[in-house]
Design a protein around this ligand. Structure first.
Ligand SMILES: NC(=O)C1=CN([C@@H]2O[C@H](COP(=O)(O)OP(=O)(O)OC[C@H]3O[C@@H](n4cnc5c(N)ncnc54)[C@H](OP(=O)(O)O)[C@@H]3O)[C@@H](O)[C@H]2O)C=CC1
Ligand SMILES: O=C(O)[C@@H]1CCC=N1
Length: 267
């Protein structure tokens, strides 16, 4: 497949890394910054341009700029799309706006990926509008399956939901990891040992949750001896409202996705 990314930032780089590792694709990127173009060409062997080339109907164009930049980008490439399949990974911006900015183009799929795509462990929500050819929906899923798991979404609002869970989710996990590393350093460990202890704990706990027939609440209870040490830690987390704060943060994330859609999909 010939796949061109418009925007060569964090998320495009993560997906390109996964696609390059899979091999078998012609990969291109259009990116404003020369240093990023050079790095992407060096790291993943992609052809990197400062301006969009002309596309053809058997190509895939991935819109990977910030939502606020999308209208200008779409209007800039509308005349040279050549009927290509367009995948948008931008938060918020809806298919109807994309189609309008792309002169009525209808081959559009929305995707909400996440950065673990970089190591082939991404999770993506994919929304293909009703009326889109099944083959196009399948192509979008196939591109994202190259870098991880794919969840098909029946409604466009599902993109907002996925954003709050897995799209932004890696940041929540890194936030928790940061907090635990800081806590380990406070216990007296040097930074490298703290990192090894914490990442090892995350790896092991996730793998155990995957492999165990038990649900995660039971796995947590199994660590928590009556009258023991974990009980104290969890009691403090509950007292401080950690679970409620996480749920509220996810609600706010989803609300921002909807808000971005409303703000940016109007023109
Ligand atoms: N980061 C993430 O974890 C995720 C991001 N997304 C979505 O992916 C999209 C990209 O996000 P992210 O990679 O983080 O953003 P970045 O800002 O890292 O990447 C976008 C890149 O595109 C460049 N750019 C801007 N305008 C153009 C243009 N006209 N032509 C070519 N390149 C251009 C930007 O330059 P400049 O910096 O100068 O503007 C920047 O280098 C967003 O819409 C976001 O919602 C979705 C899921 C997860
Ligand atoms: O923070 C953002 O807006 C993007 C979308 C999902 C993850 N990063």
């Amino acid at each position: 497949m010939k796949i061109t990314f418009i925007g060569g930032g964090n998320m495009a780089g993560a997906i390109l890394a996964g696609l390059a590792r899979q091999g078998g694709h012609v990969l291109q990127v259009v990116e404003l910054h020369e240093d990023k173009r050079e790095q992407l060409a060096r790291d993943y062997g992609v052809a990197a341009f400062g301006a969009a080339p002309a596309f053809a109907a058997d190509e895939v164009v991935v819109l990977a700029v910030k939502p606020q930049q999308l209208k200008a980008v779409c209007e800039g490439i509308a005349g040279q799309l050549g009927g290509a399949l367009v995948l948008s990974i931008a938060a918020g911006v809806r298919v109807d706006a994309l189609s309008r900015w792309l002169n009525g183009h209808a081959r559009i799929v929305r995707i909400m990926p996440n950065t673990p795509a970089m190591v082939g462990r991404g999770v993506s929500g994919v929304y293909a509008p009703a009326g889109l050819a099944e083959a196009d929906a399948q192509t979008a899923a196939t591109v994202m399956q190259a870098v991880g798991d794919v969840v098909s979404l029946q409604a466009e609002t599902g993109i907002d939901d996925v954003t709050a869970v897995s799209g932004s989710g890696p940041a929540y996990v890194f936030y928790f990891i940061e907090a635990m590393i800081a806590g380990a350093v406070k216990q007296g460990f040097d930074a490298a040992t703290a990192r090894a202890l914490v990442l090892g704990t995350f790896d092991g706990a996730v793998e155990l949750a995957r492999q165990s027939p038990l649900d995660v609440a039971t796995l947590r209870q199994n660590v928590t001896s009556k009258g023991g040490t974990t009980e104290r830690a969890i009691a403090r987390f509950d007292e401080e409202g950690v679970k409620a704060a996480i749920a509220a943060g996810m609600d706010d994330c989803r609300a921002r996705s909807i808000e971005l859609g409303q703000l940016l999909s109007q023109d």
